[in-house]
Design a protein around this ligand. Structure first.
Ligand SMILES: *Cc1c(COP(=O)(O)O)cnc(C)c1O
Length: 379
């Protein structure tokens, strides 16, 4: 499937049909728990508009973002029939905006809890909230003791409508770690004191842990975008494809250097292509001399350092007329997954995905049709 014009140097194609399929796969996996969707950071860098719409159409009604500004961006896309929960909670002074829009802030600390209760009293309104318990990750959440104190406070009920009690796993992607069941045990001990409040523990990795971890609500993010959070997570479809244009092709003689620092020196004649993809596009600089682009299943290794706007590959593996200046090579797609690139770059797929920059022309596949997406500058 070829994307429509206008011409572009690189293109990011997001398969929304695959996102919907992944949502259904995860929903089935955690049922009878409800499956929500984490779409923070502009849907992991892929563009909130197309992705939230696809998830809404797939039946998702529980959306999670990190910040108030993301919740505000999301509301007109998903409408008032969906719940939007703000994982990082309330910034000081944001109570009125949060309350007016009906967002659900995650109260992560005693300060956030006191601020939201104080605002509820002054507004004489009962306000929605989620409460996070820190069960061992030491990142966000009330201590179990602070949560128990809140549970025992009779005024809480009249001020806040608790929509969710949640915690987050530190080692969910390592199913054998004892920390997982220890966190679940601590969580359940606190949750027993909030009897009617729905519970949530599982991110993507947690959705592939045993059933007790699924509780009432799952909060997957990365798995929706086709990245397997654990080796055993089968049946997820890849979502992203990234292609970039060849700017120039050249032959170099033995002894010729390539790129900044002349880190690579040819030891034999070498056929090179310079590709419009650099670290400003989110192709990590750590991939200098590592990793590859692909063309029709042929691996084309990176040569020399990654520049801001380009990288150089060895195209000696292709027949002389197999590729020309102006053609596209594959950076992410059927030949090379996000996980492959992350491994070569010494990082995780989340980091590659959220780093893909604003310069790519963006396209979305919906109902088998490709269309230009609004996000990003069509470069
Ligand atoms: C980001 C996040 C998630 C989603 O995590 P994935 O690993 O992408 O599934 C779930 N819950 C919380 C609290 C998060 O911060």
């Amino acid at each position: 499937m070829e994307p429509p014009a206008p011409p572009h140097s690189s293109r990011l194609i997001v398969n929304c049909d695959a996102i919907a399929a992944n949502f259904h796969r995860l929903s089935k996996r955690v049922t009878p728990a409800e499956c929500g969707a984490v779409v923070k950071a502009d849907a992991y860098g892929l563009g909130i508009d197309a992705i939230a719409t696809a998830l809404l159409d797939a039946g998702c009604r529980l959306f999670f973002v990190a910040r108030l500004c993301e919740a505000q961006r999301l509301r007109p896309i998903v409408g008032s029939g969906s719940e939007i929960t703000i994982l990082n909670g309330l910034d000081p002074g944001s109570e009125a905006a949060c309350a007016e829009a009906g967002f659900v802030p995650v109260l992560n600390s005693a300060t956030q809890l006191a601020a939201w209760r104080g605002y509820a009293r002054s507004a004489a309104r009962r306000l929605p909230a989620a409460l996070q318990i820190d069960t061992g990750m030491s990142r966000l959440g009330l201590s179990p003791d602070a949560a128990l104190a809140a549970a025992g406070d009779p005024a809480l009920e009249s001020e806040l409508e608790l929509k969710l009690l949640m915690t987050h796993l530190a080692c969910g992607d390592e199913p054998a770690r004892a920390a997982n069941s220890e966190q679940l045990r601590r969580f359940e001990a606190v949750a027993a004191h909030f009897s009617a409040v729905p519970r949530s523990v599982a991110n993507s990795a947690g959705a592939f842990l045993p059933r007790d971890f699924h509780c009432d609500v799952a909060r997957p993010g990365i798995a929706l975008f086709g990245v397997a959070p654990v080796a055993a997570a089968e049946g997820l479809q890849p979502v992203v494809r990234l292609d970039a244009r060849i700017l120039q092709i050249r032959m170099i003689e033995p002894g010729t250097g390539v790129g900044y620092g002349l880190d690579h020196i040819a030891i034999a004649p070498q056929r090179l292509a310079t590709v419009a993809m650099g670290y400003a596009d989110g192709w990590p600089r750590s991939l200098g001399g590592k990793g590859a682009a692909w063309h029709r299943g042929v691996r084309l290794p990176v040569v020399g350092r990654i520049s801001m706007d380009s990288l150089t590959i060895d195209i000696g593996g292709l027949a002389g007329d197999a590729i020309a200046e102006g053609d596209f090579v594959e950076l992410l797609g059927p030949s090379q997954s996000l996980e492959d690139v992350a491994r070569d770059a010494g990082t995780i797929a989340y980091d590659i995905l959220t780093g893909l920059g604003p310069r790519h022309a963006r396209f979305a596949i919906e109902n088998g049709q490709m269309r230009a997406a609004h996000e990003g500058a069509a470069a």
